[in-house]
Design a protein around this ligand. Structure first.
Ligand code: LLP
Length: 416
Protein backbone atom coordinates (compact mmCIF):
# COMPACT_ATOMS: atom_id res chain seq x y z
CA UNK A 1 0.00 0.00 0.00
CA UNK A 2 1.29 3.46 -0.86
CA UNK A 3 2.06 5.88 1.92
CA UNK A 4 3.18 5.53 5.52
CA UNK A 5 2.59 2.09 7.02
CA UNK A 6 4.18 -0.28 9.54
CA UNK A 7 5.87 -3.56 8.64
CA UNK A 8 6.58 -5.51 11.79
CA UNK A 9 7.63 -2.72 14.18
CA UNK A 10 9.04 -0.28 11.66
CA UNK A 11 7.49 2.62 9.80
CA UNK A 12 7.91 2.59 6.03
CA UNK A 13 7.23 5.03 3.25
CA UNK A 14 6.03 2.80 0.41
CA UNK A 15 8.69 0.09 0.25
CA UNK A 16 11.44 1.86 2.19
CA UNK A 17 12.15 1.76 5.92
CA UNK A 18 12.42 5.30 7.26
CA UNK A 19 15.30 4.30 9.56
CA UNK A 20 17.29 3.38 6.47
CA UNK A 21 16.79 6.82 4.93
CA UNK A 22 17.62 8.50 8.24
CA UNK A 23 20.82 6.48 8.45
CA UNK A 24 21.93 7.88 5.14
CA UNK A 25 20.64 11.46 5.00
CA UNK A 26 20.43 12.24 8.73
CA UNK A 27 17.48 13.92 10.45
CA UNK A 28 15.33 15.89 10.14
CA UNK A 29 14.18 15.39 6.56
CA UNK A 30 11.07 15.47 4.39
CA UNK A 31 10.03 12.31 2.56
CA UNK A 32 7.41 11.87 -0.17
CA UNK A 33 5.69 8.80 -1.60
CA UNK A 34 5.72 8.90 -5.39
CA UNK A 35 2.87 6.38 -5.61
CA UNK A 36 0.67 8.59 -3.44
CA UNK A 37 1.50 11.68 -5.49
CA UNK A 38 0.63 9.89 -8.69
CA UNK A 39 -2.59 8.48 -7.23
CA UNK A 40 -3.68 11.92 -6.00
CA UNK A 41 -3.07 13.53 -9.38
CA UNK A 42 -4.76 10.65 -11.19
CA UNK A 43 -7.82 11.06 -8.95
CA UNK A 44 -8.34 14.55 -10.44
CA UNK A 45 -7.55 13.40 -13.98
CA UNK A 46 -9.92 10.46 -13.80
CA UNK A 47 -12.58 12.09 -11.63
CA UNK A 48 -12.85 15.05 -13.96
CA UNK A 49 -12.13 13.11 -17.18
CA UNK A 50 -15.48 13.96 -18.75
CA UNK A 51 -14.83 17.68 -18.41
CA UNK A 52 -11.22 17.40 -19.63
CA UNK A 53 -10.02 20.26 -17.41
CA UNK A 54 -6.61 21.88 -17.44
CA UNK A 55 -5.13 20.92 -14.06
CA UNK A 56 -2.69 23.61 -12.97
CA UNK A 57 -0.90 22.27 -9.91
CA UNK A 58 -0.50 25.03 -7.29
CA UNK A 59 3.26 25.45 -6.87
CA UNK A 60 2.92 27.19 -3.52
CA UNK A 61 2.01 23.85 -1.93
CA UNK A 62 5.39 22.30 -2.79
CA UNK A 63 7.58 23.41 -5.65
CA UNK A 64 10.44 20.94 -5.45
CA UNK A 65 11.55 20.50 -9.06
CA UNK A 66 11.31 16.71 -8.99
CA UNK A 67 7.71 16.88 -7.81
CA UNK A 68 6.90 19.55 -10.40
CA UNK A 69 8.50 17.43 -13.15
CA UNK A 70 6.62 14.34 -12.10
CA UNK A 71 3.29 16.18 -12.28
CA UNK A 72 4.25 17.80 -15.57
CA UNK A 73 4.98 14.33 -16.99
CA UNK A 74 1.48 13.31 -15.93
CA UNK A 75 0.11 16.22 -17.99
CA UNK A 76 -0.18 18.85 -15.28
CA UNK A 77 0.13 22.57 -15.81
CA UNK A 78 1.18 25.11 -13.19
CA UNK A 79 -0.50 27.76 -11.07
CA UNK A 80 2.31 30.15 -10.14
CA UNK A 81 2.22 33.11 -7.79
CA UNK A 82 5.63 34.71 -8.23
CA UNK A 83 8.52 35.12 -10.61
CA UNK A 84 10.29 32.38 -8.66
CA UNK A 85 7.44 29.92 -9.14
CA UNK A 86 7.26 30.82 -12.84
CA UNK A 87 11.01 30.13 -13.09
CA UNK A 88 10.46 26.75 -11.45
CA UNK A 89 7.57 25.88 -13.78
CA UNK A 90 9.66 26.68 -16.84
CA UNK A 91 12.60 24.71 -15.41
CA UNK A 92 10.28 21.77 -14.78
CA UNK A 93 9.36 21.86 -18.47
CA UNK A 94 5.74 22.94 -18.09
CA UNK A 95 4.52 24.19 -21.50
CA UNK A 96 3.82 27.93 -21.32
CA UNK A 97 0.24 27.34 -22.50
CA UNK A 98 -0.38 25.40 -19.29
CA UNK A 99 0.76 28.15 -16.91
CA UNK A 100 -1.57 30.56 -15.10
CA UNK A 101 -0.24 33.40 -12.95
CA UNK A 102 -2.06 34.30 -9.72
CA UNK A 103 -1.48 36.86 -7.01
CA UNK A 104 -2.57 40.30 -5.84
CA UNK A 105 0.85 41.95 -5.98
CA UNK A 106 2.58 40.93 -9.19
CA UNK A 107 5.59 43.18 -9.81
CA UNK A 108 6.68 44.74 -13.09
CA UNK A 109 9.57 42.30 -13.41
CA UNK A 110 7.28 39.34 -12.73
CA UNK A 111 4.68 40.49 -15.24
CA UNK A 112 7.35 41.11 -17.86
CA UNK A 113 8.89 37.68 -17.47
CA UNK A 114 5.44 36.08 -17.77
CA UNK A 115 4.69 38.12 -20.90
CA UNK A 116 8.02 36.99 -22.36
CA UNK A 117 7.21 33.38 -21.49
CA UNK A 118 3.82 33.83 -23.23
CA UNK A 119 1.90 32.04 -20.47
CA UNK A 120 -1.71 30.94 -20.96
CA UNK A 121 -3.15 33.72 -18.81
CA UNK A 122 -2.84 36.14 -15.94
CA UNK A 123 -5.47 35.88 -13.24
CA UNK A 124 -5.79 39.62 -12.75
CA UNK A 125 -6.52 40.74 -9.21
CA UNK A 126 -7.43 44.42 -9.64
CA UNK A 127 -8.29 47.16 -12.12
CA UNK A 128 -4.87 48.77 -11.57
CA UNK A 129 -3.10 45.53 -12.39
CA UNK A 130 -5.19 45.15 -15.54
CA UNK A 131 -4.22 48.60 -16.82
CA UNK A 132 -0.57 47.98 -15.93
CA UNK A 133 -0.48 44.67 -17.83
CA UNK A 134 -1.98 46.40 -20.86
CA UNK A 135 0.77 49.06 -20.74
CA UNK A 136 3.53 46.48 -20.38
CA UNK A 137 2.12 44.38 -23.22
CA UNK A 138 1.93 47.48 -25.42
CA UNK A 139 5.59 48.32 -24.68
CA UNK A 140 6.59 44.80 -25.60
CA UNK A 141 4.37 44.68 -28.68
CA UNK A 142 2.54 41.57 -27.45
CA UNK A 143 -0.99 40.78 -26.26
CA UNK A 144 -1.79 39.53 -22.76
CA UNK A 145 -4.46 36.90 -22.18
CA UNK A 146 -6.30 37.46 -18.93
CA UNK A 147 -8.97 36.19 -16.58
CA UNK A 148 -10.34 38.35 -13.80
CA UNK A 149 -10.10 36.91 -10.33
CA UNK A 150 -13.58 37.51 -9.01
CA UNK A 151 -14.23 37.71 -5.29
CA UNK A 152 -17.64 36.04 -4.92
CA UNK A 153 -18.11 36.90 -1.22
CA UNK A 154 -18.42 33.35 0.07
CA UNK A 155 -17.53 32.03 3.51
CA UNK A 156 -15.88 28.65 2.98
CA UNK A 157 -15.78 27.83 6.70
CA UNK A 158 -12.01 27.39 6.89
CA UNK A 159 -9.25 29.02 8.99
CA UNK A 160 -9.54 32.83 8.59
CA UNK A 161 -5.92 33.06 7.36
CA UNK A 162 -6.75 30.85 4.39
CA UNK A 163 -10.27 32.04 3.54
CA UNK A 164 -9.76 34.22 0.48
CA UNK A 165 -13.17 34.79 -1.13
CA UNK A 166 -14.91 36.92 1.49
CA UNK A 167 -15.76 40.50 0.57
CA UNK A 168 -13.35 41.78 3.27
CA UNK A 169 -10.50 39.70 1.82
CA UNK A 170 -7.70 41.45 -0.08
CA UNK A 171 -8.09 39.17 -3.09
CA UNK A 172 -9.84 39.68 -6.39
CA UNK A 173 -12.35 42.08 -7.89
CA UNK A 174 -15.61 42.17 -5.95
CA UNK A 175 -18.31 40.38 -7.90
CA UNK A 176 -20.43 43.56 -8.00
CA UNK A 177 -17.58 45.43 -9.74
CA UNK A 178 -16.56 42.62 -12.09
CA UNK A 179 -18.84 43.65 -14.99
CA UNK A 180 -17.32 47.12 -15.08
CA UNK A 181 -13.72 45.84 -14.97
CA UNK A 182 -14.45 43.26 -17.67
CA UNK A 183 -15.88 46.05 -19.81
CA UNK A 184 -12.69 48.05 -19.35
CA UNK A 185 -10.59 44.96 -20.16
CA UNK A 186 -12.51 44.42 -23.38
CA UNK A 187 -11.62 47.94 -24.48
CA UNK A 188 -7.89 47.81 -23.71
CA UNK A 189 -5.80 47.47 -26.85
CA UNK A 190 -3.32 44.79 -25.70
CA UNK A 191 -5.57 42.63 -23.54
CA UNK A 192 -7.44 39.51 -24.65
CA UNK A 193 -10.15 38.55 -22.20
CA UNK A 194 -10.29 34.76 -22.16
CA UNK A 195 -11.26 33.63 -18.69
CA UNK A 196 -12.81 34.03 -15.28
CA UNK A 197 -11.22 32.90 -12.04
CA UNK A 198 -12.06 32.60 -8.38
CA UNK A 199 -10.43 31.12 -5.30
CA UNK A 200 -12.39 31.04 -2.08
CA UNK A 201 -9.89 29.45 0.27
CA UNK A 202 -7.91 26.38 1.15
CA UNK A 203 -8.51 23.28 3.29
CA UNK A 204 -12.21 23.28 2.40
CA UNK A 205 -13.58 19.82 3.15
CA UNK A 206 -16.97 19.99 1.47
CA UNK A 207 -18.07 20.58 -2.10
CA UNK A 208 -20.87 23.09 -1.33
CA UNK A 209 -18.77 26.31 -1.10
CA UNK A 210 -16.97 25.44 -4.37
CA UNK A 211 -20.30 24.81 -6.08
CA UNK A 212 -21.76 28.04 -4.71
CA UNK A 213 -18.76 29.98 -6.08
CA UNK A 214 -18.99 28.25 -9.45
CA UNK A 215 -22.70 29.10 -9.63
CA UNK A 216 -21.91 32.78 -9.11
CA UNK A 217 -19.22 32.61 -11.80
CA UNK A 218 -21.58 30.85 -14.20
CA UNK A 219 -24.13 33.63 -13.77
CA UNK A 220 -21.45 36.18 -14.51
CA UNK A 221 -20.20 34.33 -17.61
CA UNK A 222 -23.74 34.40 -19.04
CA UNK A 223 -24.15 38.08 -18.19
CA UNK A 224 -20.81 38.91 -19.82
CA UNK A 225 -21.86 37.04 -22.94
CA UNK A 226 -24.87 39.36 -23.19
CA UNK A 227 -22.41 42.26 -22.99
CA UNK A 228 -20.53 40.74 -25.96
CA UNK A 229 -17.64 39.45 -23.83
CA UNK A 230 -16.99 35.78 -24.51
CA UNK A 231 -15.24 33.82 -21.81
CA UNK A 232 -13.54 30.56 -22.82
CA UNK A 233 -12.09 29.37 -19.51
CA UNK A 234 -13.67 29.08 -16.09
CA UNK A 235 -11.20 28.56 -13.23
CA UNK A 236 -12.55 27.42 -9.87
CA UNK A 237 -9.24 27.87 -8.00
CA UNK A 238 -7.72 25.51 -5.47
CA UNK A 239 -8.62 21.91 -4.78
CA UNK A 240 -10.22 20.02 -1.95
CA UNK A 241 -9.02 19.92 1.62
CA UNK A 242 -7.51 16.77 3.07
CA UNK A 243 -8.28 14.78 6.18
CA UNK A 244 -5.71 15.77 8.83
CA UNK A 245 -7.69 14.40 11.73
CA UNK A 246 -11.07 12.83 12.09
CA UNK A 247 -12.76 15.59 10.10
CA UNK A 248 -15.49 14.37 7.81
CA UNK A 249 -13.71 12.89 4.85
CA UNK A 250 -13.66 15.47 2.08
CA UNK A 251 -15.45 14.55 -1.12
CA UNK A 252 -13.40 12.91 -3.86
CA UNK A 253 -12.50 14.78 -7.04
CA UNK A 254 -15.04 12.55 -8.83
CA UNK A 255 -17.80 13.74 -6.50
CA UNK A 256 -16.72 17.33 -7.00
CA UNK A 257 -16.71 16.82 -10.77
CA UNK A 258 -20.26 15.54 -10.66
CA UNK A 259 -21.42 18.71 -8.92
CA UNK A 260 -19.44 20.90 -11.32
CA UNK A 261 -20.54 19.23 -14.56
CA UNK A 262 -23.93 20.91 -15.18
CA UNK A 263 -22.57 24.36 -14.32
CA UNK A 264 -19.51 24.08 -16.53
CA UNK A 265 -21.69 22.71 -19.33
CA UNK A 266 -23.99 25.73 -19.05
CA UNK A 267 -21.05 28.06 -19.70
CA UNK A 268 -19.53 26.00 -22.52
CA UNK A 269 -16.13 26.94 -21.04
CA UNK A 270 -13.07 24.79 -20.47
CA UNK A 271 -12.56 24.19 -16.77
CA UNK A 272 -9.27 25.00 -15.01
CA UNK A 273 -8.45 23.62 -11.55
CA UNK A 274 -5.57 24.69 -9.28
CA UNK A 275 -5.22 21.95 -6.66
CA UNK A 276 -2.20 21.98 -4.35
CA UNK A 277 -2.75 20.46 -0.92
CA UNK A 278 -4.82 17.50 -2.15
CA UNK A 279 -2.03 16.52 -4.58
CA UNK A 280 0.97 16.59 -2.23
CA UNK A 281 -0.40 16.88 1.32
CA UNK A 282 -0.78 13.26 2.35
CA UNK A 283 2.15 12.15 0.16
CA UNK A 284 4.70 13.72 2.50
CA UNK A 285 5.96 13.44 6.05
CA UNK A 286 8.48 15.28 8.15
CA UNK A 287 10.82 12.88 9.91
CA UNK A 288 12.50 14.04 13.10
CA UNK A 289 14.60 12.36 15.76
CA UNK A 290 13.81 12.37 19.48
CA UNK A 291 16.61 14.28 21.19
CA UNK A 292 15.36 14.40 24.77
CA UNK A 293 12.43 13.30 26.85
CA UNK A 294 11.55 15.78 29.59
CA UNK A 295 8.96 14.90 32.19
CA UNK A 296 7.88 17.78 34.45
CA UNK A 297 5.23 18.09 37.17
CA UNK A 298 2.94 19.86 34.67
CA UNK A 299 3.73 18.35 31.29
CA UNK A 300 5.85 15.91 29.41
CA UNK A 301 7.84 17.01 26.41
CA UNK A 302 9.40 15.15 23.55
CA UNK A 303 12.11 17.42 22.21
CA UNK A 304 12.75 16.57 18.58
CA UNK A 305 15.26 17.97 16.10
CA UNK A 306 12.68 19.60 13.75
CA UNK A 307 11.09 22.91 14.66
CA UNK A 308 8.79 25.67 13.54
CA UNK A 309 11.33 26.95 11.02
CA UNK A 310 11.13 23.58 9.25
CA UNK A 311 7.38 23.22 9.60
CA UNK A 312 5.24 26.18 10.64
CA UNK A 313 1.65 24.96 10.20
CA UNK A 314 1.08 24.03 13.89
CA UNK A 315 2.57 27.31 15.18
CA UNK A 316 0.93 29.53 12.55
CA UNK A 317 -2.55 28.07 12.16
CA UNK A 318 -2.78 25.71 15.11
CA UNK A 319 -2.74 23.08 12.35
CA UNK A 320 -3.15 19.52 13.60
CA UNK A 321 -0.92 16.82 12.13
CA UNK A 322 -0.83 13.21 13.21
CA UNK A 323 2.53 12.27 14.73
CA UNK A 324 3.49 8.62 14.82
CA UNK A 325 6.65 6.81 15.92
CA UNK A 326 9.22 5.39 13.53
CA UNK A 327 9.33 2.23 15.63
CA UNK A 328 6.52 0.69 17.69
CA UNK A 329 7.48 0.33 21.37
CA UNK A 330 5.70 -1.67 24.03
CA UNK A 331 6.40 0.95 26.74
CA UNK A 332 3.85 2.92 28.83
CA UNK A 333 1.60 5.31 26.99
CA UNK A 334 2.26 8.87 28.16
CA UNK A 335 0.85 12.26 27.15
CA UNK A 336 3.47 14.42 25.45
CA UNK A 337 3.81 17.79 23.79
CA UNK A 338 6.13 17.29 20.83
CA UNK A 339 8.32 20.37 20.61
CA UNK A 340 11.23 21.60 18.53
CA UNK A 341 14.55 23.22 19.43
CA UNK A 342 13.61 26.83 18.52
CA UNK A 343 13.75 29.63 21.10
CA UNK A 344 9.98 30.20 21.17
CA UNK A 345 7.18 28.66 23.19
CA UNK A 346 5.05 28.51 20.03
CA UNK A 347 7.55 26.03 18.63
CA UNK A 348 5.59 22.81 18.73
CA UNK A 349 4.63 20.11 16.25
CA UNK A 350 1.84 18.57 18.28
CA UNK A 351 0.24 19.02 21.69
CA UNK A 352 -1.11 16.50 24.18
CA UNK A 353 -0.45 13.40 22.14
CA UNK A 354 -0.66 9.99 23.72
CA UNK A 355 2.37 7.97 22.70
CA UNK A 356 4.23 4.91 23.94
CA UNK A 357 7.30 6.40 25.63
CA UNK A 358 9.97 6.43 22.92
CA UNK A 359 13.72 6.08 23.33
CA UNK A 360 16.17 8.85 22.61
CA UNK A 361 17.20 8.52 18.98
CA UNK A 362 13.81 7.12 17.85
CA UNK A 363 12.20 8.70 14.83
CA UNK A 364 8.90 10.57 14.86
CA UNK A 365 6.93 11.09 11.65
CA UNK A 366 4.73 14.17 11.28
CA UNK A 367 2.18 13.06 8.70
CA UNK A 368 0.38 14.97 5.94
CA UNK A 369 3.38 17.28 5.63
CA UNK A 370 3.73 17.29 1.86
CA UNK A 371 1.91 20.61 1.31
CA UNK A 372 2.71 24.04 2.75
CA UNK A 373 5.46 22.43 4.77
CA UNK A 374 8.86 22.58 3.10
CA UNK A 375 7.54 25.47 0.97
CA UNK A 376 7.00 27.59 4.11
CA UNK A 377 10.31 26.72 5.81
CA UNK A 378 12.86 29.34 6.80
CA UNK A 379 16.39 29.68 8.15
CA UNK A 380 15.16 31.02 11.51
CA UNK A 381 17.70 30.44 14.28
CA UNK A 382 20.27 29.95 11.47
CA UNK A 383 19.04 26.45 10.84
CA UNK A 384 19.78 25.05 7.37
CA UNK A 385 16.88 24.06 5.11
CA UNK A 386 16.11 20.35 5.20
CA UNK A 387 16.73 17.67 2.61
CA UNK A 388 13.84 16.12 0.70
CA UNK A 389 13.64 12.49 -0.34
CA UNK A 390 11.35 10.89 -2.93
CA UNK A 391 10.47 7.23 -2.49
CA UNK A 392 9.59 5.15 -5.51
CA UNK A 393 8.64 1.60 -4.63
CA UNK A 394 11.62 0.10 -2.81
CA UNK A 395 14.03 2.82 -3.86
CA UNK A 396 14.55 6.37 -2.79
CA UNK A 397 16.59 9.31 -3.86
CA UNK A 398 17.52 12.69 -2.56
CA UNK A 399 15.61 15.35 -4.49
CA UNK A 400 17.15 18.14 -2.45
CA UNK A 401 20.23 17.88 -0.32
CA UNK A 402 20.55 19.53 3.07
CA UNK A 403 21.64 23.15 2.91
CA UNK A 404 25.13 23.69 4.32
CA UNK A 405 26.13 26.40 6.79
CA UNK A 406 28.29 27.89 4.08
CA UNK A 407 25.33 28.05 1.65
CA UNK A 408 23.32 29.75 4.35
CA UNK A 409 25.69 32.72 4.53
CA UNK A 410 26.88 32.78 0.91
CA UNK A 411 24.85 35.81 -0.21
CA UNK A 412 26.00 37.94 2.70
CA UNK A 413 28.88 40.35 2.65
CA UNK A 414 31.85 38.53 4.11
CA UNK A 415 30.07 35.19 3.74
CA UNK A 416 31.58 34.10 0.41
N1 LLP B 1 -5.10 28.83 -6.27
C1 LLP B 1 -4.94 29.96 -5.56
C2 LLP B 1 -5.20 31.24 -6.20
C3 LLP B 1 -4.52 29.90 -4.22
O1 LLP B 1 -4.36 31.01 -3.54
C4 LLP B 1 -4.28 28.63 -3.62
C5 LLP B 1 -3.84 28.55 -2.23
C6 LLP B 1 -4.44 27.47 -4.42
C7 LLP B 1 -4.86 27.61 -5.74
C8 LLP B 1 -4.19 26.09 -3.90
O2 LLP B 1 -5.14 25.74 -2.94
P1 LLP B 1 -5.20 24.24 -2.32
O3 LLP B 1 -5.62 23.29 -3.41
O4 LLP B 1 -3.83 23.91 -1.83
O5 LLP B 1 -6.19 24.34 -1.24
N2 LLP B 1 -0.32 27.86 3.87
C9 LLP B 1 -1.71 27.52 4.08
C10 LLP B 1 -2.48 27.41 2.77
C11 LLP B 1 -2.48 28.68 1.95
C12 LLP B 1 -3.22 28.50 0.66
C13 LLP B 1 -3.13 29.70 -0.19
N3 LLP B 1 -3.69 29.58 -1.49
C14 LLP B 1 -1.75 26.22 4.87
O6 LLP B 1 -0.71 25.69 5.24
O7 LLP B 1 -2.84 25.74 5.19
Amino acid sequence: MAGFTYHNQDLYCDGVRLMDIAGEVGTPFYVYSEDTLRANYAAYQEGFAELDPLICYAYKANSNLSICRLLREMGGGADVLSGGELFRAIKAGVPSKKIVFNGNGKTKAELESALEADILMFNVDSKDELVFIDELAKEKGVRARIALRVNPDIDPGTHPYIATGLSESKFGVHILQAGEVYHLASELSHIDVIGIHTHIGSQITEAAPFVEALKKLTGLVLKLREMGINIGYINSGGGLGISYQEEDAPPTPAEMAKAFRPLVAETGCRLILEPGRSIVGNAGALIAEVLYIKETPRKNFLVVDAGMNDFIRPALYGGYHRIIPGIIRESNVVMFDIVGPICESGDYLGKERRLARPHQGDLMAVLDAGAYAYSMASNYNARPLLPEVLVKGEEYHLIRRRQTYQEMIAQEEGGE
